[in-house]
Design a binder for this molecule. Structure first.
Ligand SMILES: Cc1ncc(COP(=O)(O)O)c(C=O)c1O
Length: 341
């Protein structure tokens, strides 16, 4: 075990697991006759996907300047959250730490795995209180900390993330699902400095490919091997792998969409500021707003009656609704209802 190894944090049964290796995907052939996987010889998508996601990882590697062996691909970052918990958290024994409020799926997957969920309450600006953080890391034996920045559902970026990486004695997962909308630097540059750091990103938000279900984990080679060990062999289908390679080859399109969403965010914020039933619009670094209303139940019901779906956060965040920036037409429909409440 090297000095920087995380092996002592890994569940014992995972360390002893025999990997499932697709022979076909782990060897080079020129023109193979494929009679090894009981597939149909007919049709376009008749073959199993590449279980190693080799081409996609090579593309991502060029795009992010990170070696392919430090990249894991999941069926959305949701799957990666689940896999990280499975690798490191012993059921009924270990605990995870998450911010409160934050993305619910960390607690969801931890609960399925029968892990304790410790919630670190954010302050009034939705920032982490460093003293509270240091206390909670002392009081509980924590295996994984999910730090979401920009945070969902609050929208803000968390300040001084490196402090938490340095002071967490376990695996720290920085979930950057909304990083493309933010001015904040990504933590990707830190993965070689901190062997206990995992950075999650996704194609579901800025890249506009939520339907393809593709999320990425960047980390040390050791952690990536462990994630690959526990994943379902064919977790990312061929259509999605091809689509994302295509997206990366046409990244200008994505950049254009981000620019448009940010411009629309600015416009929408300006318009929302004129709405009388709104109490407060929280600052956002993402493609959504957390908004406090005078009468949240009335607003939510009225929007729903008009088939405008939003995410009601009250009572966990009092009187608040989270809603994302839509197209100009969708935003105008929203404003039209809000103006008449
Ligand atoms: C913070 C955060 N992480 C992860 C996810 C899940 O993303 P994916 O679609 O890649 O599973 C979401 C989705 O809303 C999210 O808000």
């Amino acid at each position: 075990m090297t000095k920087n190894s995380n092996k002592n944090l890994v569940r014992k049964n995972i360390l002893g697991l025999q990997p499932y290796i697709s022979f076909r995907d782990n060897n080079e052939f020129n023109s193979p006759v494929l009679l090894d996987a009981n597939e149909s010889p007919f049709g376009k998508f008749n073959r199993y996907p590449d279980s190693t996601q080799k081409k996609l990882k090579e593309k991502l590697s060029q795009f992010k300047n990170i070696p392919p062996n430090q990249i894991a691909v999941g069926n959305g970052s949701d799957e990666l959250i689940d896999l990280i918990i499975k690798v490191f958290c012993e059921p009924k024994v270990d605990s995870i730490l998450m911010m409160n409020p934050s993305f619910a799926m960390y607690g969801f997957y931890a609960s399925i795995n029968e892990n304790n969920v410790i919630k670190l309450d954010l302050d009034n600006n939705f920032e982490i209180n460093k003293k509270d953080f240091l206390k909670v890391t002392k009081d509980f034996k924590l295996k994984v900390f999910f730090l979401c920045s920009p945070n969902n559902p609050t929208g803000n970026s968390i300040e001084e993330i490196e402090f938490y990486i340095q002071n967490f004695n376990g695996i720290i997962v920085v979930d950057e699902a909304y990083i493309e909308f933010s001015q904040q630097n990504s933590c990707l540059d830190l993965i070689d400095k901190y062997p206990n750091l995992i950075v999650l990103q996704t194609f579901s938000k800025a890249w506009g490919k939520a339907g393809a279900r593709v999320g990425i984990a960047y980390a040390s080679e050791e952690i990536i091997q462990l994630i690959n060990l526990v994943k379902a062999p064919y977790n990312v289908n061929s259509l999605s792998q091809e689509l994302i390679i295509d997206c990366l080859e046409n990244a200008d399109e994505c950049n254009e969409n981000i620019k448009n969403i940010l411009a629309e965010r600015e416009w929408l914020e300006k318009e929302l500021k004129t709405i009388s039933c709104i109490q407060k619009i929280f600052p956002t670094d993402a493609n959504f707003f957390l908004i406090e209303f005078n009468d949240v139940e009335k607003v939510y019901t009225e929007l729903l009656k008009n088939e405008i779906l939003t995410s009601k956060r009250t009572p966990s965040i009092s009187n608040c609704i989270r809603l994302n920036v839509g197209s100009r037409k969708e935003n105008e429909q929203l404003l039209n209802i809000l103006q008449n409440i």
